[in-house]
Design a protein around this ligand. Sequence first.
Ligand code: PRP
Length: 178
Amino acid sequence: MTNRPYVIDEMISAKSIAARIEELSREIHDEFDSTNKLVVVGLLRGSFVFIADLVRELDLPIEVDFLEASSYGDGMESSREVRILKDLRGAIEGRDVLLVEDIVDTGHTLHHVTNLLKSREPARLKTIALLDKPTRREVDMKADWTGFEIPDEFVVGYGIDFAQRNRNLPFIGKVRFT
Ligand code: PRP
């Protein structure tokens, strides 16, 4: 499938993403106490563009850390194994934490990673995902903040890949096979 030719149709413009991030940043600002330094955790690799834009809109004292997860599925089972490939550098016990995801699809990654972070006893844990595909959900999970709900389309850009391509597009596009 990855060798099939395709084109990319713009689905969410860079301008719309920027406007939504401004709105979300205001809500996040109101939620956290500015006297506690917030740990913003980016879930690699897909969130690297989103977290970069989000933190620059956040008028709060923050630290940034990263976690890399990958999921495996055989296509038949609904339960998927999520493996941690790179753990956080810092401890989060007693800290306020914001986990940043690019997309929630089946929900397994968000489920696994939030359970892992909760086990480390942060003072507060909130989650944000730029995109949400609710029709694909297999685990009852939703991020505390969502940028855009989208239909079940193959999307790329703004950090999200198709076979490791197109992460550098400045907008969210829809893959259309030709
Ligand atoms: C993608 C995406 C999310 C996850 C969502 O990551 O970045 O982390 O899948 O899927 P789920 O809700 O079905 O678990 P992927 O494993 O493709 O890695 P990447 O971020 O490095 O591209």
